[in-house]
Write a protein that binds this ligand. Structure first.
Ligand SMILES: [Fe+2]
Ligand SMILES: [Fe+2]
Length: 272
């Protein structure tokens, strides 16, 4: 266990006060939270790969091991506890076990960027994704416990982003990857998270909650899109675009020039 105190604790959340009716009212949202709880709970696997990638860098390794990993795992535990209250009949442990068997096989060190600085830039994409996800859920839910929980988690994710960004800047000063390579790393990770992890997690949520959704590729796609649409429709686009662009270190003039149109394009693209 970490020696560094966590910024908030599971015990400080009053799960008993969850209104189960309200929590269950949006079944797609609970599917999304459950899928997120699986990915967060698998963080120790990712953390082990990342820690090994930064062999010899005590600063990065120490932060990953002593803070980041524990905070991500706490996200997993907190979201799983929420799901258990919303869906008392759902066998979270069994579903997670199945998920982990598949996720563990695809979540390997091969997926990491070879250059350490570029991997840190890619991690900024992942933290942008989670910060946006929890901010979206925070904005849309009317269930008070979930609102409080996602406030804590989104703050953690933004802080993770800031750490990865800080370390990225330090590595970039030495590695001098340049904008083109950094862009490549951001783009690759963006495409990867869009395709893989989410679908695996949602598939295993459905397997226990809605097995009928997994019966054909078409019905899975339809149901998974419905779950993903929750995020798309509530995406804090301006924040997301800003965070994604930051590692490119564009001049303020270029940044101002592309940020607004890019936000509008993203909105049009994702909100239609
Ligand atoms: Fe997280
Ligand atoms: Fe995070």
């Amino acid at each position: 266990m970490s020696n560094t105190p966590l910024p908030w604790t599971l015990e400080s959340i009053d799960f008993a006060s969850i209104d189960p009716e309200l929590a269950r009212a949006n079944d797609d949202l609970v599917c999304l939270i459950c899928a997120s709880s699986f990915i967060e709970s698998g963080s120790d696997l990712y953390a082990a790969n990342l820690v090994a990638h930064y062999e010899g860098d005590e600063d990065v390794q120490g932060w990953l091991r002593d803070q980041w990993e524990h905070e991500e795992l706490q996200h997993g535990r907190a979201l799983a506890t929420y799901v258990r209250h919303a869906w008392p009949d759902f066998d979270w442990d069994a579903a997670f076990k199945d998920f982990f068997a598949e996720y563990g096989a695809v979540c390997t060190a091969e997926n990491l960027e070879d250059r350490r600085g570029l991997e840190l830039a890619a991690r900024c994409v992942v933290e942008t994704g989670t910060a946006s996800l929890y901010r979206a859920i925070h904005g849309l839910t009317t269930e008070p416990v979930l609102k409080q929980l996602t406030a804590h988690i989104k703050n953690d994710e933004v802080r993770h982003y800031k750490y990865f960004y800080k370390y990225f800047r330090e590595y970039e000063a030495r590695e001098k990857n340049g904008r083109r390579r950094v862009f490549g790393a951001l783009w690759r990770r963006l495409m990867e998270i869009r395709d893989e992890d989410g679908d695996i997690a949602i598939k295993h949520v459905f397997a226990y909650r809605h097995p009928e959704y997994n019966q054909s590729k078409a019905s899975f796609r339809q149901a998974a899109n419905r779950v993903n649409d929750i995020v798309r429709r509530n995406l804090p686009t301006e924040m997301t675009v800003k965070m994604l662009l930051k590692p490119l270190d564009l001049s303020p003039r270029v940044n101002n020039f592309i940020q607004k149109p890019l936000t509008r394009i993203t909105e049009r693209f994702v909100l239609q």
